[in-house]
Design a protein around this ligand. Sequence first.
Ligand code: HEC
Length: 107
Amino acid sequence: MKKLSIIIAAAFLPFTANAAVDADAAQALMKKSDCFKCHAIDKKKDGPSYKEVAKKYKGKADAEDKLFKHVTTKPMIEIDGKKEEHKAMKSSDKAEITNAVQWILSL
Ligand code: HEC
């Protein structure tokens, strides 16, 4: 039995050790959540470009927390002088949302 669990642990190790961002999964979730309607990767639309956001938060320790809240709690934002709720990610999977936030911050 012990041997078996070691084999299982070894099989999963590459996944847990590799915390790389899954860019495809991030963009798929954000497409599904309409995030690209107001944001593009490198040009301003109604919202700032994701590269702009990454630049703004570069080196900030709380960046991931802040953005996670921004995309899950629907804070009020202003577009052309009109107040509205910001969109939230269409997911309740913390890992999936965190992956997308990390992708934005990696741009
Ligand atoms: C209706 C247009 C609209 C949609 C849809 C939208 N956003 Fe935004 N977003 C904005 C605007 C406008 C801002 C700037 C708000 C501000 O700075 O007060 C913003 C800001 C942001 C920021 C930066 C927050 C910060 O603290 O600087 C991130 C990250 C972000 N949006 C991600 C997303 C994601 C992810 C989605 C999809 C779930 C999304 N947005 C959907 C308009 C939109």
